[in-house]
Design a protein around this ligand. Structure first.
Ligand SMILES: [Zn+2]
Length: 434
């Protein structure tokens, strides 16, 4: 698959898609943003390579004569003044505009920054619509996490399971600081996202009668229990919503970015396709991470979960977004492997308590996951269209069990990540502790 991607990329590089810039190049990570002026040339725009620092961890060194080496996240990219090629290991990439040296400083084509660097270096993604190069973080290495101002005073108010009807709660997104001292080396923050809300009810069921369920209520109820269970395991939690309100999909990721979260977990309820042979009989749970949808069924769930955009208004509802481009760009990204690992653990733990079959770890292009600059997963905890699973997902004791399983998986993932980093087995990457 990686070979195929590189081949596809080389074709794309021969006809660059970034020839007409809309403005300065924006480089950002979860907490910083900077604009870099482009230098127009007849062959296309150039970027002063060292200006990508510090958000992009790049070093620019002059080798000999006309040859230069760029090192991004440990990956070496060799270019030569006046030559339309960049070398990365054994691979050669074609450049629309050759690098130029002006007053002893290297300028490279925007295409190198927008297309090649995100391909070869981890944790970088190009967004052609916003004209933005984004640096993602994986879980921050041993970062001593300070509780955000105003949060510490709430530490005694751990989020218990929701009291009463969740639909009547009107509280703002809340951060819950864990009180227990967990077995983790560092404080970790997980954003728990209850799918849907407000006018977007999500799926409703079950098929063939039985007590009615609405996805947005189940997700909120389960999300709060996941938050409580994480708190018990010594992990800090922030919710994207704690009441029945609609949060734009892109804002959910932004909440996680602003909080410098380590992980993003979105809770959803699946629905059978009415066209299936026995739609009411479909059961089971599955966990997704962000990538190109691989199967027809993954595309179905992707379409269902992205549909909420029709309820959104304002800039975040912009249509024709570069979702697919971003997903393709992320295909070799380190943090996808991290998200995959987390998804595997969630499936395994849920399998210990869930009566339905495991439908496995899957990949799809969920808008809600695109804007979260950290390992992010979406859990479909069961089929609300199935009467037995609808009942299961609204049983308080079963919801607690599910929440415990998801939280165990998160803790196991974070412990595993810390072990991998400590033994040098994980490349880590992303943001250095600040
Ligand atoms: Zn959903």
């Amino acid at each position: 698959m990686i070979t195929a991607l590189i081949a596809a990329f080389q074709l794309a590089a021969a006809s660059p898609q970034v020839a007409s810039p809309a403005g300065p190049l924006v480089v950002k990570d979860a907490s910083r943003s900077t604009s870099i002026a482009l230098v127009a040339t007849s062959a296309g725009p150039l970027v002063r390579a060292d200006q990508l620092r510090p958000i992009v961890p790049i070093t620019v060194s002059h080798l000999t004569a006309n040859r230069w080496m760029l090192i991004v996240n440990g990956v070496g990219i060799e270019v030569e003044e006046g030559l339309h090629f960049a070398k990365v290991g054994d691979q050669t990439y074609q450049l629309a505009a050759a690098p130029e040296v002006r007053k002893g400083v290297l300028y490279v084509s925007l295409q190198l920054v927008a297309e090649i660097i995100p391909r070869v270096a981890t944790n970088l993604v190009w967004d052609p619509e916003r004209f933005e190069l984004r640096a993602f973080s994986t879980v921050q290495k041993f970062a001593a996490r300070e509780a955000p101002a105003g949060v510490a005073s709430r530490s005694s108010r751990r989020s218990g399971p929701p009291a009463g009807d969740v639909r009547t709660e009107r509280s703002a997104p809340t951060t819950v600081r864990a009180t227990a001292s967990g077995p983790l080396r560092s404080r970790r923050l997980v954003v728990v996202d209850a799918g849907h809300g407000g006018p977007d009810g999500g799926m409703h069921g079950p098929l063939g009668g039985g007590p009615a369920v609405l996805e947005k209520n189940i997700t909120l109820n389960v999300a709060k229990r996941v938050g409580a269970a994480l708190g018990e395991r010594g992990i800090d939690v922030k919710y994207t919503r704690t009441s029945d309100t609609l949060i734009a999909l892109s804002d959910r990721g932004r909440i996680a970015n602003d909080a410098h979260a380590d992980l993003f977990v979105s809770i959803h309820v699946n629905a059978a396709n009415p066209g299936w042979k026995d739609p009411g009989g479909a059961r089971g749970f599955e966990t997704y991470f962000l990538a190109e949808a691989k199967t027809e069924d993954a595309r179905r769930v992707e379409q269902m979960e992205n549909e909420v955009v029709k309820f959104e208004s304002g800039p975040s509802a912009k249509s024709g977004d570069p979702l697919n481009f971003i997903i393709n760009d992320m295909a070799q990204n380190e943090h996808l492997r991290e998200a995959n690992e987390l998804a595997e653990l969630i499936q395994r733990r849920m399998g210990e308590v869930h009566p339905g079959p495991s439908r496995g770890v899957k990949q799809a292009g969920f808008r809600v996951l695109v804007t979260a600059f950290m390992p992010a997963v979406l859990v479909e905890i069961g089929f609300g269209s199935n009467p037995a699973e609808a009942a299961y997902m609204t049983s308080p004791s079963r919801m607690d069990e599910l929440a415990g399983a998801i939280s165990d998986a998160v803790l196991e993932y974070l412990k595993g990540y810390e072990r991998r980093v400590a033994s040098g087995g994980a490349s880590g990457g992303g943001n250095a502790p600040e």
